[in-house]
Design a protein around this ligand. Structure first.
Ligand code: G1P
Length: 297
């Protein structure tokens, strides 16, 4: 019997320099797609996948993120008084049960692998999920839930995967494929940010992982890899040598790279259009804008 995955790690310690000056005073995870912060999308996806404990690896300057999940009695009273029940419900969905959320500090930025390792005591000897909030995935069935179902079948380590343009491999962890079974791929190696000519494939890792606790032990011994950072990719690749399988999972859904400005804007358009209350006005505006662009304005 595979052990149920109930813990998820959210590495949120990054400085968010690509979004300066906004990130001077707000954590990038609080930046909003329409009206919800990125972190809320990640939490909702984790909840849908059965996660019960949410572990945030934070850093200096992230207190707005920690406060975000608190209850807000003043706002509640005001919304109740004015009879704004829908907003009240929206507000309540952001609350987290006491004890369900934990924060651990990464005191130095040493890479994604190091950030995940900071959560080792809270994770303990259980399989766990990792969600990178920069990767927003719009999907009918949330991506992590799809992966949990795959994990039920495969066990081992499962990473979300997606084909990228060959010239983009240097921005991703890339899978070396042993056996391609369609949605699921058995992996024989992983390389972090290879140059196009060194990439073993163009199947890239996207920021959703289901990992065995042994990955934490690998991280414990880890040395700096690509970019001088401790890489999660290397610790997962080590699993293969140790005889623990690693699978890539081609998820259904559209992934947005909200770590980049262009990706964030694309996500804003997609999520804006998907909202019933905004769709008509926004679609009209976009249509007019595209027509104007086409006409050369
Ligand atoms: C991280 C991982 C990389 C993965 C990517 C997905 O890189 O190190 O393996 O492909 O997330 O978004 P980052 O984007 O943090 O540089």
């Amino acid at each position: 019997m595979k052990r149920k995955v109930t813990k998820a790690v959210f590495p949120v310690a990054g400085l968010g320099t690509r979004f300066l000056p906004a990130t001077k005073s707000i954590p990038k995870e609080i930046m909003t797609l329409v009206d919800r912060p990125l972190i809320q999308y990640a939490i909702d996806e984790a909840r849908a996948a059965g996660i019960e404990e949410f572990i945030f690896v934070t850093a200096r300057g992230k207190s707005a993120l920690e406060d975000y999940f608190d209850e807000s009695p003043e706002l509640e009273t005001s919304l109740k008084k004015s009879g704004k029940t829908t907003l009240l419900e929206t507000l309540r969905q952001t609350y987290m049960d006491s004890g369900a959320i934990a924060y651990v500090r990464q005191n130095r930025a040493m890479g994604l692998g190091h950030a995940v390792w900071c959560a080792r005591r809270l994770v303990g000897a259980e399989p766990f999920a990792v969600i990178l909030t920069d990767d927003v995935i719009a999907a009918e069935k949330p991506c992590l839930q799809q992966m949990m179902e795959a994990y039920e079948e495969t066990g081992g380590n499962v990473v979300a995967a997606m084909e990228v343009a060959p010239e983009r491999t240097s921005s991703y962890g890339v899978l070396d494929i042993a056996e391609d079974m369609g949605a699921i791929v058995r992996v024989k190696g992983m390389v972090e940010k290879p140059k196009m000519e060194d990439a073993p494939s163009n199947l890239a890792v996207i920021g959703r992982y289901i990992l065995l606790p042994s990955v934490m032990q690998n991280l414990h011994r880890a040395k700096a890899g690509a970019g001088g950072e401790i890489q999660l990719t290397d610790a997962i690749a080590e699993e293969i040598t140790a005889g623990n399988p690693v699978f890539g999972f081609r998820f259904h859904g559209q992934r947005f790279d909200c770590g980049s400005k262009a990706g964030f804007l694309q996500a804003t358009v997609a999520y804006g259009l998907a909202r019933g209350d905004l769709h008509d006005e926004f679609a009209q505006y976009l249509g007019d804008t595209v027509a104007m662009l086409k006409a050369g304005h």
